[in-house]
Design a binder for this molecule. Sequence first.
Ligand SMILES: Cc1cc2nc3c(=O)[nH]c(=O)nc-3n(C[C@H](O)[C@H](O)[C@H](O)COP(=O)(O)OP(=O)(O)OC[C@H]3O[C@@H](n4cnc5c(N)ncnc54)[C@H](O)[C@@H]3O)c2cc1C
Length: 339
Amino acid sequence: MGFSAEFSRKMAEKGWLGLSIEKQYGGQEAGFFRRYVIVEELLAAGAPVSAHWIADRQSGPLIQRYGSEEQKQRYLPGICAGQSFFCIGMSEPNAGSDLASVRSRAEKTVGGWLLNGQKIWTTNATRSHYMIALVRTSGSAADRHQGLSQFVIDLSAPGVEIREIKDLNGDAHFSEVFFKDVFLPDDTLIGDEGAGWEQVTAELAFERSGPERILSSIVVLEGWLNWLRATPQSHDEKLGRAIAHLATLRELSISVTARLAAGESPIVQAAIVKDLGTSFEQELPVMIADALTADPRLQPPRSLMETTVFVAGAAPSYSLRGGTREILRGMIARGLGLR
Ligand SMILES: Cc1cc2nc3c(=O)[nH]c(=O)nc-3n(C[C@H](O)[C@H](O)[C@H](O)COP(=O)(O)OP(=O)(O)OC[C@H]3O[C@@H](n4cnc5c(N)ncnc54)[C@H](O)[C@@H]3O)c2cc1C
């Protein structure tokens, strides 16, 4: 969650951003697996990856896949240079799990579209340059998957207002974003008008299966391991279970990455990784807190206790962001032919 524009720029200088983007747009054309390896190392180290995170993970690949030639040239070099930061404008006050009922609406006007509406829970909205938003361009909310489109919104445009929301830990990393007659030029529509649902569904496969869906609590596991190494106490069984669980999840996540690398949209498989992975991420701080407090004679380091408390405070959000547990399980059931 740490945000550092400077860190992101240095990542780009090393050639560690835009790994799946073509070279002609400033990328590395190195593929999804190289990104996987780099991301794992960054998360394990607790690196401040938040500034470039969404652009690098999903906005860039989305623009590469669905954007026009002109859009690729306009947006991708800045993403690969760690200079253009993006946020995701999907959720609205009454359209979270039920994303197809979004009400923000873009009406056609001369040379573009006029957008009115509201997004919510937009991570990094205050610090991003652009939002890729899912909005309605025809029909009504009752038309569900029909009539939705995606736009790249310049967040400095007149009519955009952003208000921060504080989370359980007191941090304000997400916001409400309001649109009042925001003019979106024609060339900010991504892909085809009305194809927004298909595009957003493909985008969610990138969002749901990566190492960040199993490693959000890894810093606590590392801290616990270090402490165990330095003390004679043994928690082998719990530790062994956690590591074995993590190794299995990693194999699952890697196999979904292989599907993405092959150009597929492994939506159900990605939902399985996210459901199992976030359950693990949520269990870890609870299990470690129990272990740290099991014996009153033990004196774990204060920093480890503080990190555990922080991660325990953030953990409830893991199974909400990117789609809730109940919604993912519904998708999995459907994918298995059970609904
Ligand atoms: C840390 C964090 C960051 C986020 N960042 C972003 C972001 O950058 N961009 C963005 O667009 N959104 C973001 N979100 C929003 C997130 O995608 C939504 O919170 C999520 O999709 C759930 O929507 P909701 O909050 O409206 O809950 P609701 O949809 O109202 O759900 C409430 C509860 O009801 C359950 N429920 C709903 N429908 C059903 C059903 N049909 N069957 C069974 N149970 C159901 C849900 O599982 C949940 O437990 C973020 C959320 C968090 C927590």
